[in-house]
Design a protein around this ligand. Structure first.
Ligand code: BTN
Length: 257
């Protein structure tokens, strides 16, 4: 059972997580937070669920997470904040948030996989799904959804990348309230940094992405392209070098050749 007081005492943020909604079961924290404009208004609102019945992953995949063992949550960023946000950089900041939180608390080495997976020992421990609503030509609301595997030790089903959890990697029971507070504290810090020193987020992300310089294939639906992972640009797009030409990649799944 989630212990709210134990989480709350560790929360050091100004606004992220200060409006905290806990659910036992929900279809998807992302969908609910994004759709309910009237109910959820404040930037920083966190919708946390013990179980998602229709948890969503990137590219129309599903996100499977055992009830009560992991973290599945979404953070709302509303009008007051989104005007200044670079959504692509936000993707990088969100995955960096999880990597830093894990390293600070459990001294496990994490790796980042473009665009926003968090790996430990080449297995996926967390995924991020950012969704937006648009009014006219402007982004109105952004939700940042985090699925972080903490205490689950058996994974069944099909996965595009082998899954793992912090418990499997560290061999200790993971304190969910502590990790949640650390993730929210770090996320708020990085949101500020994105405005003040966006280049430092890019640099930290690069340092944790071990695939830069490797030969990779990028798959997007039926299409796949191979080349060298040259770098990420200031917007967080992947730069792929093919026959001495650098191509900017916006979407896709990266795999090593
Ligand atoms: C991925 O790696 O494909 C992204 C996974 C994102 C999962 C989280 S769990 C909380 C939030 N609500 C959802 O439906 N999905 C995200």
């Amino acid at each position: 059972m989630f212990n709210f007081d134990s989480f709350d005492i560790k929360l050091e943020t100004e606004f992220v997580g200060r409006n905290f909604i806990y659910c036992d079961e929900i279809n998807s924290t992302n969908s609910d937070l994004l759709a309910n404009k009237k109910l959820y208004k404040k930037s920083g609102t966190v919708l946390f669920a013990e179980k998602q019945l229709k948890g969503k992953g990137r590219k129309d995949r599903t996100w499977q997470s055992a009830k009560g063992l992991n973290l599945t949550l979404s953070i709302l960023l509303a009008k007051d904040i989104v005007a200044e946000l670079n959504i692509n950089q936000l993707n990088l900041a969100a995955s960096l948030t999880v990597a830093l939180a894990i390293e600070n608390l459990y001294q496990l080495r994490t790796e980042l996989k473009w665009p926003n997976d968090v790996l430990i020992n080449s297995k996926k421990v967390a995924g991020i799904l950012i969704e937006t609503t648009v009014k006219g030509s402007k982004i109105e609301r952004v939700v940042v959804g985090f699925g972080i595997n903490l205490n689950q030790i058996v994974f069944q089903g099909d996965f595009n990348y082998p899954p793992t959890s912090l418990k499997l990697e560290s061999k200790v029971n993971i304190d969910r309230e502590l990790v949640l507070a650390e993730v929210l504290n770090t996320f708020e810090e990085l949101l500020m940094k994105m405005q003040e020193q966006p280049e430092s987020i890019l640099e930290e992300w690069r340092n944790k992405c071990k695939m830069i310089g490797d030969k990779i294939t990028i798959t997007d639906g039926e299409k796949s392209t191979s080349g060298t992972f040259y770098d990420i640009d200031d917007n967080g797009y992947l730069l792929l070098k093919r026959n001495d030409v650098i191509e900017k990649i916006h979407f896709g799944d990266v795999s090593l050749i």
